[in-house]
Design a protein around this ligand. Sequence first.
Ligand SMILES: [Zn+2]
Length: 576
Amino acid sequence: MAVMNKPTVSSKGGTDAKGGKGIGLKPGGEDSFFTGMTEDDRKEYLMNMTDAALLTGEIGEIDVTEDDRRRIAVFSNGVCAIATNSRWSPDVKAVLVKAKRANVEPRYFLEVDTAFMVNLYEAFDKSYGMDEPENDVPEVERQRKLKDLIALAASRKASDIHMRVLRRYTEVKIRVFGRVQEIGSMPPDEGMAVMQAAFSVASDVGENSSIMSFQQGALNMKSGVLPPGVDMLRLQYSPTSENRGALVARLKFSTPANEVEIDTLGYNDDQIKDIIAFRRRTNGLYILAGKVSSGKTTTLQRTLNKMYLEKNKEISMFTIEEPVELELPGAIQCPVKKKPDGTDGFVEAMKSALRSDPNIIVVGEIRSKETAYLAIQAVMTGHALWSTVHAGYALGILDRLTDLGVESWKLEDPGIVRGLIYQRLCGVICKNCRTTMEEALEKGRVSNELVEQMVHIFGKGPDELYARGKGCSECKLGLASRTVVAETVPTDPELLSLYSKGMRREMFQYWVKPVEEGGLGGRPVMHHALTKVGAGLLDIDEVEEEVDLVSEYIKNFSNLIPRLREDVAELEATLE
Ligand SMILES: [Zn+2]
């Protein structure tokens, strides 16, 4: 193999060593890392080095152990990738000495995480003809790899698995408590084989599917690849360039049907009261909104099972889902399939549900005009209907229904839309390794402005407010669990009338106005999230990312600040 001693590292971009988009390296000396590049830039740079040989690879000139390969990669152009926190380890130093003996001068040090190191070796070893992937991975082998991957993701409590086949390797990531992390890689062919294996055991894949087309499917227990505790895996495949693809697989963990209480999920007392009031009724429309993995299914399942018990099992329930996800022992559950002609299978199922005249109808999601029309019909003929829609806040559910063609006079009728819920899930920070906002500010991890805003709304000093830490043995990346942040709206004639008249501002004001002043006493989801930030449960960065900006809360709801402080104190009292 040709070994080039001459650094030719400016193959890409400019020579701005301080960062920016252009990537160029200047010798930094053995003691310095290139800190000007972002982590993504460093990774991209390394993966795209076409003019360097990997000397510590399988057929490289420098003989190293498998353990060394997890810590350092030395390239012929003097670039060294070093795993986080390994720069001064004796093993790494020993490899650098060997490199010098092989007439390579290590002089460009790029820090990367261990998971990426594995990718780097696979990519370079493969590009030199090593580790040729089997063109035809046997089916049994594919299934085993798929099964192992799902089991690993499940053991880490991941909500989803992301696989992306790139030119040199397949990137494998998982999302844990809302945060994506890389867990490893595999050769491109193997990545494609594992994705195909998933679809070969999926229950409801459309016909004529191929690696060239978008595909959806779901794996259930019958697939034989799900570990205990996971009862469904939903697949979403997208083709990418050069006959490659990307897969997002969502894990659905079993939520035992005998868990029927909602008070451990993170709602506040008023929200729990609202939801209890919703489930008491056997008429009206109740809708939940929130993005994927916002805990909607759990809330819906517990609410409906509790309702069934509260009504002494004397009510009939009919569910229409695509596919069946809710575990409701008392319900008739009807799976919906997309029809070959593309029409919404919900319509037919809903007509059938109405004919059997149940007390409660549950529709997985209202997403077509026909379904929306039938849902309102069902409510107007005396049924209770629970469903979900896509909306960004509770009152936004009304806009969504309008978009779906529901007439304004129906939305104005307080006997129809009775309850709205919007929610998200946020990571609860680990108490063991959390830091104060004061420390975070000193380290430059948060802006001065944000800390000032927090001090303003909470009336607490930065030393009494907390941020997520870096992670410890008791947590995952500084997070200990997840909790709901929500807003609930029991509608009333005044609110719906303001909506129908298009008086949005007045509608919001009426909703948040305290009950004693003639309003509904509602609190927006950001208020709920901030209550948890103030009590040290949530990280402000995540809340700003997932819910809203603190500045927006101050702008729109400054009159709620005194109440926020009371709510924080109340929540803190329950935590002690
Ligand atoms: Zn921790």
